[in-house]
Write a protein that binds this ligand. Sequence first.
Ligand code: GLU
Length: 518
Amino acid sequence: MVRVRFAPSPTGPLHIGGVRTALYNYLFARQQGGKMILRIEDTDQTRFVPGAEQYIIEAFQWLGIEFDEGVHEGGPYGPYRQSDRKALYRQYADQLLEGGWAYYAFDRPEALDAKRKEYEAEKKTFQYDCTTRQQMDNSLVLPAEEVQRRIESGEPYVLRFKFPENTDITVHDLIRGDVTMNSRLLDDKVLFKSDGMPTYHLANIVDDHLMEITHVIRGEEWLPSAPLHVMLYEAFGWQAPQFAHLPLLLKPEGNGKLSKRDGDRLGFPVFPLEWHDPKSGEVSSGYREQGYLPQAVVNMLALLGWNPGKREGGNGANPVFQEMMTMEELIRLFSIEHISKNGARFNLDKARWFQHEYFQQLGDVQVAEMLGAQVREHGIEADAEYVARVAGMMKERITFPSELWDTCCYFFQAPTEYNEKDVAKRWQPGMPEHMRRIVEILDTVPFEYDALHKAILEDYIKAGGLNTGAIMNSLRLAVVGRTVGPDMLTLILMLGKEETIGRVERAVEKIGEGSERE
Ligand code: GLU
């Protein structure tokens, strides 16, 4: 039975890189008929941020990523918050001590700092490891009675992992293959502190074991810790889970990890939901608040570092991937083998493209409701059927719900001003006279498409040798206030005769001959 977990530390809002990690775990679990677990790793109390855990839960609810067990759901392997599991870690630390896999270290922060400076002065970096630990203040060098005395007198200590000397350690990674590191290059990491708290490394391994995790799918930034984790499993005599380290999410330019600063700089969120930092009060934007649909965010993230393999029609050099995938399809198509080793560049255009596509898939009724709400917010009472017609007609131009009002407002209110640039370009001398003639036509010809088309475009413009673009764009300017919008005659028919005539007359009055224009 596959059991995977997403194990965030509640140190702030969840980065979309973390969301992608959770998504891949979820897709894998669902596909394999396994279980998905949410474990909160809050052993580092100094980095705890109030509200972060709730934020994480809310973000996954919004995205439709569901957990079978976790802080929220409960389950047979709980508790799922490490601070609630504090009491159970000590025995495992003791087990490592007894097996000679860990040792007491008493080095004070000042002493460690001094050591680091000493190394820096020689342009070296200090690491507490199998070559330096003999010079430090720990139970490997102190007499046993001295160690005992210090512990009993309450002197603070930490327990460090004791890496074997000069040993190659291999991590079997499902994405990267075998990754080998020599223990000389590895830190004797702190596992436990005298305040009774384990560090991430110990708690993570103990919990993955106790929760019977079969696959650890996590970000590449944890790869350097993986040899320690592999050794911890060995030290405990436990079977290690399988590891898969996911490629980094990169800046759009491709150089370096995608950060919050990139989002601010380029105008896209790096968090699923808006986040109000409780300390600084700073607000970071979220996909949800920007109007992204959760399906779009999920689909976009799924393809940042994975693809479903090539589809018919593609070839080795130019593979064609299916891009639009529902959660069900993602679950069906997901495979660890198709996860890339290389970092995945974030692409804002692609994010918007997905959003546009998913917006188009919304039901007309839903879009009509969104538009209706915005119309009411502007203090306008409009007929529901009319709103629905406008929504249906304009939907293809919309990417974000917030664009609805701006894109459709002229269906509900006459323009009060006319875009200056459009006026300068389109409202040529003599235009008021043309507009007056069009008003006459609108007033006298049967108010339906074919008749208006014939009367305005053929009999008046074409037969009169006039420029279609100039006249129709000016008419649009008069009716809409700018020169964008749907087919002009369709628009006129929707607005109705009186409304259209009123708008054209007002434009003639307001813009006039336009002779004052430069
Ligand atoms: N708590 C770690 C984090 O915040 C989890 C790493 C892991 O998945 O092992 O990313």
